[in-house]
Design a protein around this ligand. Structure first.
Ligand code: C2E
Ligand code: MG
Ligand code: MG
Ligand code: MG
Length: 276
């Protein structure tokens, strides 16, 4: 009997594994032609400036709808896009679309509008990245400060000199660099010391723990104070409750982003939101 159970357990396990491997392969296969079939689109999540209660800009967030697989979350497909290298062309699509939208909203809403774009470590390793970003800015008649690049710790691993040079070149063009998911990595503090960031984004997990765990607000408060001491601005991510927003305003946080304000929106809905 026990042998039978064991065999069933084994069987179940391999089937489970196969399902995971199969899905991954399917995603990979579909992704190869997804750009050409126009399956990617962007959503824009408003970023609120807490000092004047105005929309400072938006974060561009990638979406993928595939006819076979349906909607696939970026948490699932971005890692695969990174492993296959497809994140590089997909990333250029994101930059192109984002800057096109930023051009429009700079004209119609505010000439200080900033679009935030997430960059993968692999994109950062592309030697043409900076030149292409500059070309895209120029072709959309945008200044560097219309763009903020959101990077995670992964970008900073490896060739430090090259990364320092890239940061310098980007900031010489006025392009902002933002440390995403702050507080979730291993050495965020060290990186803040070594590299010049304009902003840091407090990871949304701190907001999720806000009411549950006294240390979460304490850490948010300490992060804001530390960032300001280093002349770095702070964006709070994942703000869902008024109580959280009130706390952030009291502590001098610069910007907030989250469902309390708005979910990520289509271009059209974002425009309606701006005009509201
Ligand atoms: P991220 O850059 O940290 O983006 C914030 C994520 O939090 C987004 O998830 C957003 O929809 C979600 N979010 C915003 N407000 C709230 C809130 O109040 N509550 C909760 N629970 N969630 C909130 P999304 O769009 O699923 O993206 C997940 C991650 O995928 C992003 O995390 C980013 O790391 C990556 N990603 C998305 N678009 C791109 C892209 O164009 N390029 C690259 N390289 N990565 C991207
Ligand atoms: Mg981000
Ligand atoms: Mg984040
Ligand atoms: Mg993230």
């Amino acid at each position: 009997h026990s042998k039978n159970q064991g065999r069933n357990a084994y069987h179940f396990f391999t089937e489970d594994m196969n399902a995971g491997v199969q899905r991954r392969l399917q995603i990979e296969e579909q992704m190869h032609s997804a750009l050409g079939r126009n399956e990617f689109s962007l959503r824009y999540q408003p970023v609120l400036d807490l000092k004047n209660n105005r929309i400072a800009g938006a974060e561009a967030l990638l979406r993928w709808h595939n006819p076979v697989l349906g909607n696939i979350s970026p948490e699932e497909f971005i890692p695969i896009a990174e492993q296959t290298g497809l994140i590089v062309p997909i990333g250029y699509f994101v930059l192109e679309q984002s800057l096109k939208a930023a051009r429009k909203w700079s004209t119609t809403y505010s000439n200080e509008f900033t679009i935030a774009v997430n960059l993968s470590p692999l994109q950062f390793k592309d030697p043409k990245l900076i030149v292409k970003i500059k070309e895209l800015l120029a072709s959309h008649r945008l200044e560097g400060n219309a763009l903020s690049l959101e990077i995670t710790e992964g970008v900073l691993l490896g060739n430090q000199i090259k990364v320092q040079e890239a940061f310098q070149e980007l900031s010489d063009s006025g392009i902002q660099i933002s440390m995403d998911d702050f507080g979730t990595g291993y050495s965020s503090l060290n990186y803040l010391r070594e590299y010049k960031f304009q902003t840091l984004k407090i990871d949304r997990s701190f907001m999720q723990d806000f009411a549950l765990d006294k240390s979460a607000p304490a850490l948010i408060n300490a992060t804001i104070a530390m960032a300001h001491a280093l002349d770095v601005e702070v964006i709070a991510e994942g703000v869902e409750e008024q109580e959280q927003l009130d706390y952030l305003i009291r502590k001098g946080c610069n910007f907030a982003q989250g469902y309390l304000l708005s979910k990520p929106l289509t271009e059209q809905d974002f425009e309606a939101f701006l005009n509201d």
